[in-house]
Design a protein around this ligand. Structure first.
Ligand SMILES: NC(=O)c1ccc[n+]([C@@H]2O[C@H](COP(=O)([O-])OP(=O)(O)OC[C@H]3O[C@@H](n4cnc5c(N)ncnc54)[C@H](OP(=O)(O)O)[C@@H]3O)[C@@H](O)[C@H]2O)c1
Length: 306
């Protein structure tokens, strides 16, 4: 038997319970992975709340890093003992059977704690920046730069040649400086504070909104006013939180992140991505989700499996 964190009805973290499950042998095209680190994301809270629909009972978790434990009859490219990461649903368990298409090899230079958070946060950051066509010399403003997606976005934007201004609360300003961004406090005064930055940083070319409040949307429009470069006259801005106010303002929604996983894995292997993580044992997934629900995580939260 193997450990799983499951829930029988929609709600909050209190609905999670730890259970045992029998995990089947992998079939054709599948491998079984012994998960070592499981990424925790705001999307887990949305799935748990019922906002994504789907059936219950269910298991949270969209990403993990671990070791191949068994391979299906026709799987030639992977073998037991291989270090891997994978992207899919139901990762909050000790053993997962997944399709080989969901799996990537984990390079030796990429720690499991980093590999486990690449499929959602880092791939989302990459997709949003590429969708906004960020390139050499751009000044990119990131709303919400110190969280999971933000931490990756600060580094990926710089890898694309941009200079980064990132919003965060004061206690996270040194953290952002250490990542190479220029920090600015969010809240009233944000627009003026950005405009007052030296060395041309106040002339923002692109905004990536990782927060999606009325305040971030208004600041985006203010700061990009007159600097719209896309053919259709829309602001050069991408949001990852969606919403009617953003789309009414002409801010584009980020589209699917799946193609970005190989790109961010390459950046991680090249040593260009680091993400600090706070760890909880798998059995304490509810506490990990409570921390994420607070909305002030620096870097990422992950679960570890013994
Ligand atoms: N569309 C997609 O594919 C996709 C993928 C991943 C995530 N998302 C969504 O994107 C959002 C961010 O995800 P995440 O994983 O980065 O979340 P996260 O790690 O929980 O973000 C926490 C960070 O947000 C910052 N923050 C909170 N309120 C802020 C505000 N008003 N202005 C600026 N920063 C603020 C906090 O900084 P301080 O502590 O300094 O306040 C903290 O560092 C979530 O809504 C998530 O659901 C969408």
């Amino acid at each position: 038997m193997s450990t799983v964190v499951t829930f029988d009805e929609f709600g909050g973290p209190e609905k999670l319970r730890v259970d045992d499950e029998h995990v089947a042998d992998p079939g054709p095209g599948q491998v079984r992975v012994a998960n070592r680190v499981v990424g925790v994301n705001p999307a887990d809270l949305k799935r748990l709340s019922g906002a994504f629909g789907g059936k219950v009972p269910a298991v949270l978790g969209f990403e993990a890093a671990g070791v191949v434990d068994a391979v299906g009859p026709d799987v030639a490219d992977l073998a037991p003992g291989d270090d891997v990461l994978w992207n899919g649903t139901g990762a909050q368990r000790a053993l997962s059977v997944v399709s080989v298409e969901q799996v990537r090899r984990r390079p030796a230079s990429v720690p499991a704690e980093l590999a486990a958070v690449l499929p959602v946060a880092a791939a989302t950051a990459f997709s949003a920046l590429v969708q906004a066509d960020v390139s050499e010399g751009d000044v990119v403003l990131l709303h919400g730069a110190s969280g999971g997606v933000g931490t990756a976005a600060v580094q990926i934007a710089q890898a694309l040649g941009a200079r980064v201004v990132g919003t965060a609360s004061e206690p996270n300003h040194d953290y952002l400086r250490d990542l190479g961004a220029t920090p600015v406090a969010y809240g009233s005064g944000l627009v003026d504070a950005v405009r007052a930055l030296p060395d041309g940083l106040g002339e923002v070319d692109v905004v990536i909104d990782l927060v999606g409040t009325d305040e971030t949307i208004a600041a985006t429009l203010d700061l990009l006013h007159g600097r719209t470069t896309s053919d259709d006259g829309a602001p050069r801005a991408v949001t990852i939180t969606g919403g009617e106010t953003s789309s009414a303002a002409g801010i584009t929604d980020k589209t699917d992140a799946r193609g970005a996983l190989d790109e961010v894995l390459a950046l991680a292997e090249a040593g260009r991505l680091r993400v600090p993580v706070q760890t909880f044992p798998l059995a304490e997934a509810a506490d990990a989700l409570r921390l994420v629900a607070g909305g002030h995580v620096r870097g990422k939260v992950v679960l570890t499996v013994d």
